[in-house]
Ligand binder design. Structure first.
Ligand code: GAP
Length: 502
């Protein structure tokens, strides 16, 4: 991130998001419903750019394929996936006013507020009875009515619906996009003549009836995921991606890592540095494909603009593992005063395919070369909204030259590359600016245009909304065809011929 700039807190981002309609609370004229947000015009352009970066990096560059499967599924699908039985979070309900809270998050926020990092980490390693004890020991009270909170329970996060006019079939909104991929896998593999290992990806909505949705896009009830299910033969030693042997070179990659031991010892360290090879040899990383997806995840974070010291890989503790997992590592990025999970990587084994085979009574095995097998899966699952939000919060800066904030985004994710501004409301300037704008748009560099407010206010607007360059059309432009190009990072301007701008 740029030197000489200071990171702004999340509060500044919340203000900016509201002021520029980047993110809007859904249904706001009716009062807010927790956990639902809309993306405004600037926000959706940034989000689409994150999606395109992901698609290029994880689908196209790796020779994988993408699908779009349904959001609602019949009950049996989620019985098979294990979500109806297992997908729950710890809840506490106020005995007086019935307000409910997610216990672990309530405690984490309490300790974070006290700057007690060790206790925040202890919450993460604790199970239900310990969480209950912590509530009592710390005199945690209902935020609404002040009644002490004592009892904790588990709450299933699935959102249900009924399908058909008479409500004959009960269904659920998917809690992850993955299940549709597992169900369609065999068909796609066979009909497209695919070979293992291969990834099938999907970008789409997921729904969870979160107990206490909070912190804007961090914990929502309707959110978007970008998921890649990577199917492979667990007995195959070589890793072939897109027709090429990947080799072992990538295993020398150094990563910021948090082991289980570090968490259980309450080490207080943000991370240690290890190579992926060390991670594999020490048993932190379940297999080579898993390590390779970690490597690609690091590259992806870099492409989005996360500096290396702003994110880490955290090995999940035994009791945190989802019901389908034989090993999970999260990618967490710095956010507020701690780290936030953005990406989950899971070794799902053949859990999902085998369970769908059992519940649907259909064969889920495929023929790969000479061998018939039910493939194993390593999944890499990205929370799109969290990536969006944490990227913006890491990118919102302030320097001492300007009174307003700067959103310093990489060109890959910036909402527009250029803002085109006539210096003032003058017929000749407006005509020329429109001409330049149309030229850029016709060449595929869709650009932003504004005539409202002083030029200083318009610079502030493009700086704040992450547009890297502002092109200003002034009276010299009318004489010699040059414009000023202002770099949002430095505020410096150079004169250039408008025909050179791409
Ligand atoms: N298919 C695996 C899966 O869904 P997960 O760790 O539960 O794994 C993956 O979710 C990612 O989705 C998380 O790393 C997080 O970024 C995002 N995510 C999960 N719950 C979310 C919520 N309530 N609001 C926003 N993002 C969420």
């Amino acid at each position: 991130m740029m030197e000489g700039t200071k990171r702004q807190g999340t509060e500044a981002l919340v203000n900016l998001a509201a002021r520029r309609s980047i993110i809007l609370p859904a249904f706001s004229p009716y009062g807010e419903l927790g956990g639902f947000y809309d993306y405004g015009p600037i926000g959706i352009r940034i989000r689409h750019n994150i999606e395109s970066t992901w698609r290029r990096h994880f689908i196209e560059a790796m020779g994988n394929v993408e699908v779009d499967t349904t959001i609602i599924g019949p009950e049996i699908v989620f019985q098979a996936s294990g979500h109806l039985g297992n997908f729950s979070d710890p809840i506490t309900v106020c005995s007086k006013c019935k307000t409910s809270y997610r216990v672990d998050k309530l405690l984490e926020e309490l300790f974070q507020g006290k700057g007690d990092k060790k206790s925040v980490d202890r919450v993460k390693t604790s199970r239900l009875p310990e969480l209950e004890q912590m509530m009592v020991d710390n005199g945690v009270k209902c935020e609404k009515c002040g009644t002490p909170l004592k009892k904790a329970d588990t709450f299933n996060l699935m959102l249900g619906t009924s399908i058909g006019p008479m409500g004959g079939t009960s269904g659920y909104l998917r809690p992850e996009t993955a299940q549709g991929i597992f169900i369609d896998f065999k068909n796609i593999f066979r009909n497209l003549g695919l070979k293992l290992p291969v990834g099938i990806g999907q970008i789409g909505k997921a729904f969870r009836n979160e107990i206490s949705p909070r912190r804007m896009l961090i914990r929502m009830r309707e959110f978007s995921q970008m998921e890649l299910e990577f199917f492979f033969d667990p007995e195959e030693k070589e890793l072939i991606i897109n027709g090429e042997n990947v080799g072992d070179g990538f295993l020398n990659q150094r990563v910021n890592f948090v082991t289980r031991e570090m968490q259980l010892e309450n080490s207080g360290k943000d991370f240690i540095e290890i190579t992926l090879d060390e991670g594999l040899k020490n048993g932190y990383i379940p297999n080579k494909l898993f390590a390779y997806l970690m490597f690609r995840a690091g590259e992806f974070m870099d492409r989005l603009g996360f500096p290396t010291d702003s994110f880490r890989f955290r090995q999940q503790l035994e009791h945190e593992l989802p019901h389908y997992s034989k090993g999970n590592i999260d990618v967490e990025a710095r956010h507020d005063d701690g780290f936030e999970e953005l990406i989950g990587i899971a070794y799902r084994t053949d859990y999902d395919l085998s369970n769908h085979a059992k519940f649907s009574k259909s064969d889920m095995s495929v023929v790969n070369g000479e061998k018939k097998l039910v493939p194993h899966v390593v999944e890499i699952s990205f929370g799109l909204d969290r990536i969006f939000w944490v990227l913006l919060s890491n990118s919102l800066r302030k320097d001492d030259k300007r009174e307003w904030d700067l959103l310093l985004l990489n060109q890959d994710v910036a909402p527009y590359k250029y803002a085109v501004y006539p210096l003032q409301k003058d017929e000749g300037l407006v005509k020329k600016a429109q001409e330049i704008l149309k030229g850029l748009n016709a060449n595929g560099t869709y650009s932003y245009y504004s005539l409202s407010g002083s030029i200083g206010k318009r610079y502030a607007k493009s700086d704040e909304t992450g547009i890297p360059f502002a092109i200003t059309v002034d009276f010299t432009t009318l004489e010699d065809g040059t414009v000023t190009v202002r770099d949002a990072r430095t505020g410096e301007q150079v004169r250039k011929s408008s025909s050179e701008i791409r």
